[in-house]
Design a protein around this ligand. Structure first.
Ligand code: FES
Length: 152
């Protein structure tokens, strides 16, 4: 699916019928240069940049797991875990100086840009993130990032 017309930042735009998006479970949509992934999982819609912040892998077929009470998508490329709710990168950390302690989940901070999904009268709308500043997944929305992906 491609949305070629200009989408105003901060304004919701129509993605499609809720019924259709539930049926497909995962929908890839291109808005301008940005590739977005809309996921319907256990009754909730999520939207995030489709290219993983780490090295641009596609999250389209990533497994979804609950880790440390966070619903995460696992990037198929190198298995990085990303919170569907807020784009936080999480990892299971061990302290080599405390070998007797079990690993625990830690946050890398927000790494993947997430977008807002709303539902009105059986239709699904998306509002692009207006979070200011650089978020790592932004790299793969740029011309340079896309060129790097093609080199792989
Ligand atoms: Fe996603 Fe490396 S590209 S984990």
């Amino acid at each position: 699916m491609s949305k070629e017309e200009t989408v105003e930042s901060g304004k919701p735009f129509l993605v499609g019928n809720k019924k259709d998006l539930i049926e497909t479970k995962r929908t890839s949509i291109t808005v301008g240069e940005r590739v977005l992934l809309i996921i319907h999982h256990e009754g909730v819609f999520y939207a995030l940049d489709q290219h993983c912040y780490h090295a641009g892998g596609s999250l389209l077929n990533g497994d979804i797991e609950e880790l440390d009470n966070r619903l995460c998508i696992v990037c198929p490329k190198h298995k990085y875990k990303i919170s569907l709710k807020n784009g936080e990168g999480i990892y299971n950390a061990t302290n080599p100086k405390e070998k007797d302690k079990p690993p625990c989940w830690k946050s890398k901070g927000i790494k993947q840009r997430v977008h807002k999904v709303t539902e009105v009268d059986g239709k699904v709308f998306l509002t692009l993130s207006e979070t200011p500043g650089w978020i790592e997944s932004d790299y793969y929305q740029s011309e340079k990032g896309r060129a790097d992906l093609k080199l792989e």
